[in-house]
Design a protein around this ligand. Structure first.
Ligand code: CA
Length: 218
């Protein structure tokens, strides 16, 4: 198994190389984002350990670029709160998992092994159904290429439907996934937001399956 570590803190990079090599991995370490992107593109790695704050090109940009290019190498991001991003943003940008610094080496190894077992199935960062395009990282929706501004709640309702494009989603399920328990327990709230979405996107985008719930139209 061949690993790429992109980490600009020299001591951490060296420690990772030593530790992972001792586990039998072949490990390349690069210390800036530009080299990281080039190595990840051309190196045929089984997994990449990617720091976020890097010289030249950030870890976010690297993982996003790789996904846009159709490269699905498993990526474990090393995050540190930088005030600008939420740690979980790593997943929106196309990473498979993240660890917050400082992390335990044992946990890193376990997470890496889990990623390697999973392999590299296709998992696009931008979701597309028909002419609808939803970008979770940038919270952007377009239909037929036209941007459609949505409120955060509308976006989350639509995102859930787009992530389940081939089946009927019940109101209760939407309530469970979009509203937190304390907030809202009335299925009518779901109807209201589906109504807002239809007004913005077109009625045919979300179909009602009577007595069951909603599904995306095609
Ligand atoms: Ca860094």
């Amino acid at each position: 198994m061949r690993l790429l570590v992109v980490e600009d803190e020299a001591r951490l990079g060296a420690a990772l190389k030593r530790g992972l090599a001792a586990e039998g991995f072949a490990v390349d370490v690069v210390t800036d984002g530009r080299a990281g992107l080039e190595y990840a593109r051309h190196g045929d790695y089984d997994a990449v350990v990617l720091d976020i704050m890097l010289p030249f090109v950030s870890g976010y940009t690297i993982v996003r670029t790789l996904r846009e290019e159709g490269n699905w190498v498993p990526v474990l991001m090393l995050t540190a709160k930088d005030g600008e991003h939420d740690e979980a943003d790593a997943l929106d940008y196309g990473a498979d998992d993240y660890l917050t610094k400082p992390f335990s080496y044992v946990v890193l190894l376990a997470r890496l092994r889990a990623l390697l077992r999973r392999g590299a199935p296709e998992r696009p960062a931008v979701l597309e159904v028909g002419d609808l395009r939803l970008d979770p990282a940038n919270r952007e929706v377009t239909r037929g290429g036209e941007p459609v501004p949505l409120t955060p709640r509308e976006f989350t309702v639509l995102e859930y439907l787009v992530r389940n494009p081939t089946r009927v989603v019940s109101k209760t399920e939407l309530l469970d996934h979009v509203w937190d328990a304390a907030e809202e327990t009335d299925p009518n709230a779901v109807e209201v937001y589906v109504g807002y979405l239809r007004r913005k996107l077109g009625r045919e985008v979300i179909r009602t399956v009577r007595g069951v719930g909603y599904r995306l139209g095609s």
